[in-house]
Design a binder for this molecule. Sequence first.
Ligand code: NAD
Length: 500
Amino acid sequence: MHPIGHFMSNQPWSGTSDRTGEIRNPATGAVTGRVSLASKADVDAIVDTAAAALPGWAATPPARRATVMFEFRDLLKTHTDELAELLSAEHGKTLPDARGEIARGIEVVEFACGIPQLLKGEYSEAVAQNVDSFSVRQPVGVVAGITPFNFPAMVPLWMYPVAIACGNTFVLKPSEKDPGVVMRIAELLAQAGVPDGVFNVVNGDKEAVDTLLDNPRIEAVSFVGSTPIGHYIYSRGTANGKRVQALCGAKNHMVIMPDADMDQVADALIGSAYGSAGERCMAVSVAVPVGEQTADRLVGALEPRIRALKIAPYTDPGSELGPVISKQSYDKIHNLIADGIDQGANLVVDGREIALQGYEEGYFIGGCLFDNVTTDMSIYREEIFGPVLSVVRAADYETAVGMINDHEYGNGTAIFTRDGDAARDFWARVRIGMVGVNVPIPVPVAYHSFGGWKRSLFGDHHIHGMEGVRFYTRLKTMTTRWPSGIRTGAEFNFTGGKDV
Ligand code: NAD
C-alpha cells in the first residue's frame, strides 16, 4: 500500500522517513491506507521551501494574492462532492455533514478574497508640521498549522487561506488519522495558481510537530486540538519566541429555561449533541434544564428521539451519525460511560450495545443520555468527544450560570428561552468565547472570529475573521517628514516639534 506522503513546492513528495502510520476506515476498523510520518530532516526541508518562497509572495500585491483565492474558492465549490467522499471515507461522518464542513471552509476562502480591503492601513495627516503618520500590516513570515482529526478540511481552512492571503507562506501538519482530503485540497490550491512553496503539507506525528515548534524559521503557529496538547504546543512554541494561538477542548453547556419551546430544544439538542457522533468542539455535551419540571419534560422529549437515531456508515444515505474515529476513542468513551454509571448518574439511553451487521469491527456507539449528572462526576468534568449527553438539573438560573462559569473549559454555550431579559443577562455574564441564544452551535461565520476562553484557548487571538488577519500580520507604523529639507534643529523634549 503506497503511503500518503507530503506536499512541497506544489508537488507530492514522499520524504525520506520510513516511518508510517495506519489510516483506518472507522466503519469497519480495516486499514485502508498508510501515511508517512516525517522525520526532522523532512520537516526542516519543507520549512526551507516555505522560507524560500516567502520574499516573493510577501511582495506580491494583495489584489494578486486575492485572485488566487477567488480561483481556489471556485475549485473547492466544483470539487465539493469528491472532497466530501474522501473526507467521509477516512473520518466516518455522513456525506451531508462532510459537505457542510467544506462549505464552512469555503466561507473562510471567501473572506480571504477581500484581503486588499482587510489589509488597508491607517493614515494621519499632519501629526506635526509637515509630519504624517501611517500604519500597515505586514506578513509575519513562515506559519505552521497543526490540526485535529474531527474537521480535516474545515479547520485547516480556518488558517491557511487567511495566512496566505496576508502574504505568509504556510506549512500544514494535518491529523495523521485522516490526511487524505487535505492532500487533494493542496492540489486544488496549486491548480488555483499559488506559487511553489507558498503552501506545503507535512504529514507526521509528535516528531514533526516538535520540529516545527523548534525550527527558528517558523514565526507563528496555529494549533487546533485537545487541551493537553494545545497547552504543550503553546508553552513550547512561545518559549521559542513564536506567536502561538492554540484552540483546544470543550465542554459546552446548553441552558434550557422553563419557558423554552421543548420541541425546538429537543430537536436542537439532538443535532448538536449527536451530530458527527459528538466529535465537534462545539457539540453540546451538557444540557442544563432549570427546574425539575423542565428537566422531566426535557428527558421525556429527548429519549424517544435518541432511540430513533439512525446510526450507520456514511455509505448509507439515511445515516444520521457514523462511527467515532478510532478504537482508542471508542474505548475512552466506553470507559467514561462506565465511570458515569459507577459514580451514580442515571443512564437513560444506553447506546453501547449497538450491533450493525457487517460492521461488527467498526467503532459505532449509539446515542447515550445520562440524567442526574452532578458536577463532581468525570462525565461532567472531562471532554468525552462522543455521542453522550449529560443532563445536569439546575435548581435555578443562577446555579446554571455559576456552573458554566466554574467549568475549566470556555468554548461555546447556549441558552434556550423566550425571555429577552434572561437571554441578555446570559450572554453578558457567561465566561465563554461563543454564545448562542436559541442557537445550539453558535459557530461564528467566517468574517467574525472563532475561539474560546479559559482552557479552550491559549494565546491572544481567535481564528479567522479580523482576528485571523491580526494574528497573521505584524503592525508597522511610520512617521515621515516631507519636505525633508526643513531644518528643525535638535529636539530634546520628545514632542516631535509641538509646543508644550
Ligand atoms: P489531538 O490534540 O490529539 O491532535 C491534534 C494535533 O496534534 C494532531 O495534528 C496531532 O498529530 C498532534 N499531536 C497529537 N499528540 C501530540 C503530541 N504528543 N505532541 C505533539 N503533537 C501532537 O486532537 P484530536 O484528537 O485530533 O482532535 C480532537 C480535539 O480537538 C478535541 O479535544 C476537540 O475539542 C479539539 N478541537 C478543538 C477545536 C476548537 O476550535 N477549539 C476545534 C476542533 C477540535
